[in-house]
Design a protein around this ligand. Sequence first.
Ligand code: IVH
Length: 695
Amino acid sequence: MSEPIQVPTADAAQLQRLQWLRAELHRHAHQYYVLDAPLLPDAEFDRLFVELQHLEARFPTLVTADSPTQRVGGKPLEQFESVRHRVPMLSIRTETDTEASGALHFDARVRRELGLSVDDPALEYVAEPKFDGLAMSLRYENGILQQAATRGDGEFGEDVTRNIRTIGQIPLRLPSGVPAVLEVRGEVYMRRDDFEALNASQREKIAGGARLEKTFVNPRNAAAGAVRQLDPAVAAKRPLSFFAYGLGDLTQRPEGKLWFTTHMQMLQQLRQWGLPVCKLVAIAQGADALVAYHARIGAQRDSLGFDIDGVVYKVNDLALQQRLGFVTREPRWAVAHKYPAQEQMTTVLEIDVQVGRTGKLTPVAKLAPVFVGGVTVTNATLHNEDEARRKDVRVGDAVVVRRAGDVIPEVVSVLLERRAEGAQPFSMPRICPVCGSVAVREEGEADYRCSGGLFCSAQRKQAILHFAQRRAVEVDGLGEKLVDQLVDAGLVRTLPDLYRLGLTSLTALERMADKSASNLLQALLDSRQTTLPRFLFGLGIRHVGEATAKALARHFGTLDAIMDGSEESLLQVADVGPIVAQSIRTFFDQAHNREVVEQLRGCGVTWTEGPPQASARAPLAGKTFVITGTLPTMGREDAKALIEAAGGKVAGSVSKKTHYLVAGAEAGSKLDKARELGVAVLDESGLKELLSGST
Ligand code: IVH
């Protein structure tokens, strides 16, 4: 006898959670789709959605027709006309596994559904970026753009034709010979540089008193806001772009012929008809090629001109697509494979104020650990008092943290509706939290600085770390923990104290074995033979970075010449302006700084000095460079160092002031921008020629 099937029943707490999830998801979907004002980061919304899906899967009898899991989401705004999609606008299944295995799962599923065995050849796919914008359907009738509609709930969208017509990239008319009815599906998005420029101008308007202008959290929200603008004149001022990636309604070709038999042919045809198709779409043979594509695009993600949140894989053969068909609202022949989210929600545990080498006080939000952009983040800088005020981050707040690429994590926004009552606004301390000296903010400066100088142990520690770093005098193994110990134990007060350390005092420190102590002493001995630029940089003179230190060393030849150089003579050095010259002078005018230098020399720190090269060629003086893409043999840092050594400057973004763009393989938006602005573009060998002064 078989057991009766057990239908699990939910307990009261599960029922309550289910209802809460539905209400929350409805509310946030409305905020997101209808009001363009999301209150949660996408990853948090997705998490709630998945939790509801899981609960409903466990208790299928509790699924209701109006559950957020049962529709695509997004009621049309009342003000726009509602449009019925003749071919529904579907969504795609998202592979939640952000590892390479996500691609393998998809390929395995497709092969199984097609009844293929391991011996059958690899399937052919098209791989595309997953653009982070909003889906759009463009209806062309006899080649004329008649209607543009948002996805809405997949069946009914909103008629946003007037706004979409303002997008220059979208053709209003197609060449002759196109299908009588052609519905192009794709993504409206905002390029990152356009987004930055838009936000900058919004901020200016706010500063000018126009209170109604708001800044946007990210390009997707800005794009969505523009598309749903009721006033097309306003929409026209918001720079939007478009990529086509699919089709909706389509008139068949006469005489039973097909327009195309593969997805790739379709994209190429759309491109020929004048629609923008992303250059990054590619054919991928089999699962391994999908994995490789995912990795390749992932590596480029942060340098693309637009946001993507993953890649999309599609079976290339349209006949196979048809055979595979759909499950509910998702095609079986496509999948979205995401990258780790770059925004996550977490809680502010504390706001600390850190003291830097030059005494700068930086407020830092200490966060409940959160995995974002591929790493666990526990700190996010709030930069300075003004920034902290503008964002109004308070202890206990739920915040959205963003970490993209290697950029330091940032607090993007505060979830005000979750703020606890009585949360206190942050205020910058007026005294140094480490040494108690007065903190001052000079006029025109954004930062407070501790006035304690080397009396402040935080500044001392930072000064020692700066001196000991690899790019300066390089004391191998002298890291943050050790410096903390040395300073806190009173063994090191000034840089020369480092060279007076002995085995006995070191081994007296906690957790310091004989071996580590003698390693440190050896590293200190080794560090004494250095170079003038490294030593100069290691002193930590404000505004004297590596490049300036090199230029000074080359120009003057000896340390004494630099220490005694007048402001005028310092100004002769490439890249040294009045502020830097003054800072160098001030540093060496202080007796205790000269004393430090003398003592270091006394401890055996040495370098070779050369003749002054006051007339040294600085072939790139006054020229500004931007480096992008991968250069064939040089690392970007190498290229930067060479340019700076030749008197040039390296900036982060292309503007009208850029003289040269050095572009390597897979150069992205910066290259486009340079071409647009008519900036000269060099490859690596072009740069080398320029450096040798032959051009
Ligand atoms: S194909 C039937 N391709 O991601 C397949 N979608 O749910 C329809 N998206 O609503 C979508 N880039 O807004 C496709 N290369 C791409 C895409 C893409 C972004 C968006 C689109 C869609 C959502 C997936």
